[in-house]
Write a protein that binds this ligand. Structure first.
Ligand code: ZN
Length: 196
């Protein structure tokens, strides 16, 4: 089943999501919700979907960066973004630790801000401790694009959107991004947009 993805302005996107208990995680309701969120993310398509985006104020998100998404991109973009396939996984009640002080900025989008994009600085290496869909504790060590996805989705669970972290002068439609900016190096984009 496909779920409705709420757009920016919906109050659920600005709430602090609540923790899930182990019993709740293992319940048929949450197991079904995880399957529906996976289907909805793949249909969009997107590389992550957090429960507040479909109106559930709980600390749960799904993530997947499929090999076919990467095939459409030139190798230099994949290298620059440090992006490689990430198998489907579920994060529940996550705790995020920034693993290095280095950050990188790239255009980032969100299924709840349909049609828009902006440059967002993010840490390039993170560590996440959380529960998986079997309520087992896991530690995820991630860098590059996976680290960015994790930061984006965990922000959702705390009521934060990328527009709260973006370089606001770079906010634009995805159409205009493709038309004018996508092919340029980030340093040139920053210079032309008047960003430091
Ligand atoms: Zn998002």
């Amino acid at each position: 089943m496909l779920l409705k993805i709420f757009q920016v302005g919906h109050p659920a996107l600005r709430q602090q999501a609540r923790l899930l208990s182990n019993d709740e995680i293992l319940s048929p309701d949450i197991q079904r919700l995880i399957a529906f969120m996976r289907d909805t993310m793949r249909d969009a398509p997107g590389v992550g979907l957090a429960a507040p985006q479909i109106g559930e104020s709980i600390q749960l998100a799904v993530i997947e960066d499929r090999p076919e998404y990467l095939k459409a991109l030139p190798q230099e973009i994949l290298t620059e973004r440090d992006r490689s396939p990430v198998p489907f996984h579920v994060i529940i009640n996550p705790q995020l630790t920034i693993d290095n002080s280095h950050s990188a900025r790239f255009f980032e989008g969100c299924l709840s801000l349909s049609g828009f994009t902006a440059l967002v600085p993010r840490a390039t290496a993170v560590r996440v401790t959380c529960l998986n869909e079997h309520a087992q504790p896991v530690e995820i060590i991630a860098r590059g694009w996976h680290a960015r996805i994790l930061q984006h989705e965990i922000d959702h669970l705390n009521g934060t959107l990328y527009i709260d972290r973006m370089n606001s002068r770079s906010f634009m439609t995805q159409e205009k991004c493709r038309q004018y900016w996508n092919d340029k190096p980030i340093s040139q984009i920053c210079s032309e947009l008047g960003l430091e």
